[in-house]
Design a protein around this ligand. Structure first.
Ligand code: PEP
Ligand code: MN
Length: 347
């Protein structure tokens, strides 16, 4: 949110798209001082009025008990806790205390680091404060490496959250995952295909002039197009023929998975045997040349078989780590003292 006029304009545009909730950031946690920190308290009233005029409930990010108090006093309808706050259990606890006895929905973003327990911890703190309506927001995770995303999605983390808490509504924030607008529709569709319950997407009438995150802002027109192109698929399979077909395909996957695990287990057996020879000949476990050779050939093979480079790399790093671990255990195995050796006396 940047000015009263801007908030009213964008709210009117978004209401036409039938969005369910109007979000505005007024206290902006920015990485560096000197960036736009948000317009502060007076924005609460602008947001609430824009919401009332357009019959939309409104939500703001709260990062301290003071924010909670001020948002509640302006009758903000929903609160959200940002990624930089979820990382701090002290702060989340203080926010939870401020929410005791209040009936308001609270959405909790994942922490910036990929730690599921920390996310769950924040959810538990808010839950223990007596808040009944809680949702989780997946906004991706920070990495030092440059990737095509601003915050890598690590889908397995929200999926595990959903597995553990099936009734907890899960919302995706593709804007902060992507950081650039052209990736947003793909990530939003992936979220829907993973059965998410909603999307939180940033919109600005003039993205190029936006005071924060301008690369990821969508104009209301672009947001409209994105929403129209999203496919909402059903999670329940009603068609019997389709269900049987799916059953058959899943059986195939079960067999293939067993096959994969069997093969990997055999591969480790061979690695241990190599470890034994390395030990006898006193040579190092890591042979860089060999590792380069494996990567080069497997990458080529995988790419020729429609697997992505990222996948092969990750998979081989895991396999290689496990191989090294198994060889290390083999190398450092203490020789069995001859008196305990079952064959020693006969040798
Ligand atoms: C935001 O939602 O505008 C925001 C600051 O996001 P996050 O907490 O995900 O970084
Ligand atoms: Mn933002």
């Amino acid at each position: 949110m940047e000015s009263e006029k801007q908030v009213h304009e964008i709210a009117g545009e978004l209401a036409k798209l039938n969005v369910h909730l109007l979000r505005g950031g007024i206290w902006k946690p920015r990485s560096r001082p000197g960036s736009f920190q948000g317009i502060g308290n007076e924005g609460l009233r602008w947001l609430k009025e824009a919401g009332l005029q357009n019959k939309l409930p409104v939500t703001v990010e709260v990062a301290s008990p003071k924010h909670v108090e001020e948002a509640l006093s302006e009758k903000i309808d929903v609160l959200w806790i940002g990624a930089r706050t979820t990382v701090n259990p002290f702060l989340v606890q203080e926010i939870a205390e401020a929410l005791k006895g209040v009936d308001i929905p609270v959405m909790i973003k994942n922490p910036i680091n990929p730690e599921l327990e920390l996310w769950i911890g924040a959810i538990e703190r808010i839950d223990k404060a007596g808040i009944q309506r809680i949702a989780a927001i997946h906004r991706g995770f920070s990495t030092y490496e440059k990737t095509k995303y601003r915050n890598v999605p690590n889908w397995q983390i929200p999926i595990e959250l959903k597995r553990r808490y099936p009734s907890l509504p899960l919302i995706c924030d593709p804007s902060h995952i992507c950081g650039t607008r052209n990736l947003i529709s793909t990530v939003a569709q992936t979220a829907l295909d993973l059965n998410y319950d909603g999307l939180m997407i940033e919109s600005h009438a003039h993205p190029e002039k936006a005071l924060s995150d301008s690369q990821q802002q969508l104009t209301p027109a672009a947001l409209k197009e994105l929403l129209e192109n999203l496919v909402v698929r059903s999670a329940v399979i009603e068609d019997v023929i389709f269900r049987n077909m799916l059953e058959e395909l899943r059986e195939k996957i079960d067999v293939l998975d067993k096959d994969i695990l069997n093969r990997i287990s055999k591969r480790m057996e061979v690695a241990r045997e190599i470890g034994k020879y390395k030990k006898e000949n006193n040579i190092t476990i890591l042979q860089v040349q060999r590792w380069n050779e494996i990567l080069r050939t497997r990458l080529q093979f995988g790419i020729d078989h429609e697997l992505t480079r990222e996948f092969i790399l990750k998979m081989y790093e895991l396999i290689h780590d496990e191989s090294i671990l198994q060889q290390t255990q083999m190398m450092n195995k203490k020789p069995v003292p001859s008196s305990q050796s079952p064959v020693s006396s006969k040798e």
